[in-house]
Design a binder for this molecule. Structure first.
Ligand code: NAD
Length: 416
């Protein structure tokens, strides 16, 4: 298995948890595969008059605990294997925070930077039409991920509703507020990352106030996590995006950078009072807390030995490879795993779906309070499991997630 084979990595993590739980081999085989994987190829008429064919996927991993839930990624590297791994992680994530969903993921192999807004809208509407045989408010509910946002979710809701003949807000989450979105959804993942950071600091007896924080990725998750870390009194000394990073050991003015550049790829490079660094250098900086919030497989066996953070809180999905995990554990670095740390997004997506089904909407304070309570309870459960089994946090979280899903799968039994 290559170090960058994310599906191999997801399956290996499952096998480790299964050994702790003494799961039957047949059950592990069920959990190691997706229930359903749909591949679609569809044409889009480009502005130039040319027809381009795009490939897209929707993978549903497990429905034992409820409908499946997971983001849609528009990125050139998307493939069915990566999408399956991400769907599996969604299953465990929903179970770790104990919300009644299974995991799914989807995406289109596309570089959105090469598309006009009109082309992006056409691609989105055609893609959702192709996968609507498996998507629905009671069966599988997409959400935003890399390369997609609230605007894209709005087009999805509209397209699905046009075909249903009535408005179906619950078919997708992460929508604009005007279309049945939830207060607090945009910030939810970054907010959950910071709730976990606060809890981890307490567990480690490390004050967050004054702690040096490094954040990789200044998109939705990274920019919110960096801003909330600053609000908690931490010193954010480096941030980055796909174009590279900026570093100032005395701290960066995150809120200003957020207002000016969040959502603008490369925008942070316009800031002057800093040293320009690469993403590789950023990960190896002297700091207390590292928050990878960009893409997968960033902390590898090559750079893990050079990582100096005491605590890593995974905002991104799968940022740490299996080999790197072992190296970090040997170095005594605490890693709050993605399936716990970035679960805030799906928790508030769940709130959005509940609000849509009831046509009854909550205030932001209520959303944030409920999110924080769920995240703290999940963190406490994982920390307890970690101490019980004397293991790392990822394994502990996986034990909880896999146990809840395997219990439900066994109770439901095999049809027919
Ligand atoms: P985004 O597209 O808003 O932001 C991604 C950021 O990463 C951008 O700043 C981009 O420039 C940067 N980036 C891209 N390639 C990079 C590279 N090679 N090196 C460094 N930076 C790079 O996406 P997002 O929604 O913030 O998602 C980030 C991560 O968090 C993903 O792994 C995603 O799966 C995960 N996640 C997101 C949510 C959510 O609610 N948005 C929820 C759970 C997990």
């Amino acid at each position: 298995m290559s170090e960058y084979d994310v599906l191999g990595m997801a399956r290996q993590q499952l096998r480790v948890a299964a050994r702790y739980l003494d799961l039957d081999d047949g059950l592990v085989e069920v959990l190691a595969r997706p229930k359903r994987a749909v591949t679609v190829n569809f044409p889009v008429l480009m502005d130039s008059g040319e027809v381009r064919v795009f490939e897209g996927y929707r993978v549903q991993h497990n429905q034992s605990r409820g409908p499946t839930k997971g983001g849609l990624r528009f990125h050139p590297d998307v493939d069915v294997s990566e999408t399956t791994a991400l769907a599996m992680w969604m299953t465990w994530k929903c179970a770790v925070v104990n919300i009644p969903y299974g995991g799914a993921k989807g995406g289109v192999k596309v570089n959105t930077k090469e598309l006009s807004i009109r082309e992006l809208e056409k691609l989105t509407r055609r893609f959702i039409t192709e996968i609507n045989i498996v998507v629905g408010e009671r069966s599988d509910i997409p959400a935003p991920d890399i390369g997609t946002n609230a605007k894209v979710m709005g087009w999805i809701m509209d397209t699905y509703s046009m075909q249903a003949g009535y408005t179906v807000p619950g078919v997708v989450t992460g929508k604009p507020l005007e279309l049945g979105g939830s207060e607090g959804r945009v910030e939810a993942t970054g907010r959950g990352v910071i709730v976990c950071t606060i809890e981890a600091c307490k567990m480690m007896n490390m004050p967050l106030e004054g702690a040096r924080v490094v954040v990789q990725g200044f998109g939705n998750v990274g920019s919110v996590a960096a801003r909330l870390a600053e609000r908690e009194g931490a010193k954010v000394i480096a941030i980055s995006d796909g174009t590279g990073g900026i570093y100032n050991p005395n701290g960066l003015p995150i809120n200003d950078l957020y207002i000016k550049y969040s959502g603008v790829e490369g925008g942070i490079q316009n800031y002057q009072d800093c040293t320009k660094i690469t993403n590789k250098e950023l990960l190896e900086l002297e700091c207390d807390i590292l928050i990878p919030a960009a893409i997968q497989a960033q902390i590898t066996k090559e750079n893990a030995p050079n990582i100096k953070a005491k605590l890593i809180v995974e905002g991104a999905n799968g940022p740490t490879t299996l080999e790197a995990d072992q190296i970090l554990a040997d170095k005594g670095i605490i890693v709050v795993p993605d399936i716990l740390a970035n679960a805030g997004g799906v928790v508030v997506s769940y709130f959005e779906w509940v609000q849509d089904l009831q046509n009854f909407f909550w205030e932001e304070e209520q959303v944030n309070d409920r999110l924080a309570r769920i995240m703290r309870a999940a963190y406490a459960g994982v920390a307890e499991m970690m101490h019980l089994h004397k293991t790392d946090m990822r394994t502990a979280a996986m034990i909880i997630g896999v146990k809840r899903v395997s219990d439900a799968t066994l109770m439901r039994g095999i049809f027919p």
